[in-house]
Write a protein that binds this ligand. Structure first.
Ligand code: APR
Length: 248
């Protein structure tokens, strides 16, 4: 169903919801100029995740991995939240409970004003020493050499690489929110990366009403209550407006 016609039933579900979860992926930040991973213009079509986004690759060539994350950090620092991020932050003000569960490491939900955020894949602004686990954030200089801790250990970005566990506190809290919500939005994710995508099925199993927002259908489209095809930055502000009118 196109963005133009959000069903009355969906609007009713959102307006009367006690708890709403927004599960977001790279497509949420696409309109902010941050490239997505898969699909036509996906990063992983050009670059090898096995060389850049896993621990062994980091140990083998830490400078290459840092050069890549510095490049991404530069893009993220030059980008701003889009209308979709701001609409989600606004929902937090008009609905009883709104939780953002994001796969994105770009901090844009926070910069848009969302408060209740769980980061499943870490955050590019945080870094830590792989030897003594000291954290380094702003003080990390963006050089083309992998930075070292005062203990001599290599410092890595605090993001989840392929083959690594998700931060358990974030995952458990996200699971709890997903299994206890009335409406579960799936925004801008291909829904192919697990265990993050398992939250979609957990929410479904517990009876949540599922709404997908994506420019195209995904692996999870078959279990949605409603799929809205279009850009997140166009659709979310529209839903917000309609829900506000309904609550007025
Ligand atoms: N609005 C809505 N959806 C969009 C938009 C947009 N403007 N632009 C792209 N999309 C959709 C694409 O159609 C695709 O389904 O966003 C999705 C992006 O999917 P991926 O690139 O696979 O990103 P994501 O699902 O977040 O990837 C999951 O994989 O590479 C790892 O750790 C990385 O967190 C990431 C994880």
């Amino acid at each position: 169903m196109s963005a133009e016609t959000i069903s009355k039933n969906t609007l009713e579900k959102i307006a009367s919801a006690k708890s709403v979860v927004f599960f977001t992926g790279a497509g949420m930040s696409a309109e902010s100029g941050i490239p997505v991973f898969r699909g036509k213009d996906g990063i992983w079509n050009k670059l090898k995740p096995e060389e850049l986004a896993n621990f062994d690759a980091f140990l083998k060539n830490p400078d290459l991995v840092w050069e890549w994350y510095n490049h991404r950090k530069q893009i993220i620092h030059e980008s701003v939240p889009n209308k979709g991020h701001f609409a989600i932050a606004e929902f937090e003000k008009i609905l009883p409970e709104v939780t953002v569960v994001t796969q994105n490491i770009d901090n844009l939900h926070k910069r848009a004003g969302s408060k209740n955020i769980y980061e499943l894949h870490g955050n590019i602004e945080r870094n830590f020493c792989i030897k003594c686990h000291t954290y380094y954030n702003e003080e990390i200089e963006l050089t083309d050499k992998a930075p070292r801790c005062k203990c001599g250990g290599l410092i890595r970005p605090d993001v989840v690489w392929f083959g690594e566990y998700l931060p358990q506190d974030q995952f458990i809290a996200s699971e709890n929110a997903s299994e206890n919500c009335d409406v579960f939005f799936i925004v801008g994710t291909s829904a192919v990366v697990f265990p993050a995508a398992s939250l979609i099925y957990a929410a479904k199993e517990k009876g949540a009403y599922l709404v997908e927002i994506n420019i195209e259908s995904t692996e999870a489209s078959r279990i949605m209550n409603e799929s809205l095809y279009g850009r997140a930055g166009d659709i979310l502000p529209k839903i917000l407006e309609e829900v506000k009118n309904k609550l007025a």
